[in-house]
Ligand binder design. Structure first.
Ligand code: MN3
Length: 195
């Protein structure tokens, strides 16, 4: 299968001032696009048989190297665009709210731990809300790594590579993560993933 750059599920300026059109121009138009182009180059000779993206990520992880890095980054970014919304942020409702309270005690405690997870990811990577069976957990992953390959179900992700926030927040990664939870987190998507 070939990788395809998805359209953003919102207007490029719809997330202002929390995530600028300038950031999205670079992040989606340059960074994500580069993973798609390079990933397709490497997939041509890789002989992988997966016919959906999740299965392709798991197959590519067995190969590793540049192939996994580009396929993994395509999956992670596609998931990230759906994890943010102009109507997002604040406290969730529905099943995800109940699951967060059951696993973390309170939304405030979840938020504290999610922000700490993203801050604590040394260098480039991602912080995830995942389901491990009936329990929700916060995990972090380096570079292109993804909880999919650990048998966990991703529910929501925040990109903590510097390219995700530097134009809007400079070095203030904690502020970016707090803003992600307060203003952008797409709880409808998390509810959908929780199933
Ligand atoms: Mn990124």
């Amino acid at each position: 299968m070939k990788l395809e750059l998805p359209d953003l599920p919102f207007g490029k300026d719809a997330l202002e001032p929390h995530m600028s059109a300038n950031t999205l121009d670079f992040h989606h138009g340059k960074h994500h696009n580069a993973y798609v182009v390079k990933g397709n180059e490497l997939l041509e000779d890789a002989g992988l048989s997966a016919d959906n993206l999740e299965a392709l990520v798991i197959e590519a992880a067995k190969v590793g190297g540049g192939l996994f890095n580009n396929v993994g980054q395509h999956y992670n970014h596609s998931f990230f665009w759906n994890s943010i919304s102009a109507n997002g942020g604040g406290e969730p409702t529905g099943a995800i709210a109940d699951a967060i309270n059951a696993s973390f005690g309170s939304f405030e405690n979840f938020k504290k731990r999610f922000v700490a997870g993203g801050v604590g990811q040394f260098g480039s990577g991602w912080v995830w809300l995942v389901a491990d069976g009936d329990t929700l957990k916060i995990t972090k992953s380096a570079n292109a790594e993804t909880p999919l390959t650990d048998g966990l179900k991703p529910l929501l992700v925040c990109d903590v590579w510097e390219h995700a926030y530097y134009l809007d927040f400079q070095n203030r990664r904690p502020d970016f993560l707090t803003s992600f939870i307060d203003n952008l987190a797409n709880w409808d998507f998390a509810n959908h993933n929780l199933g």
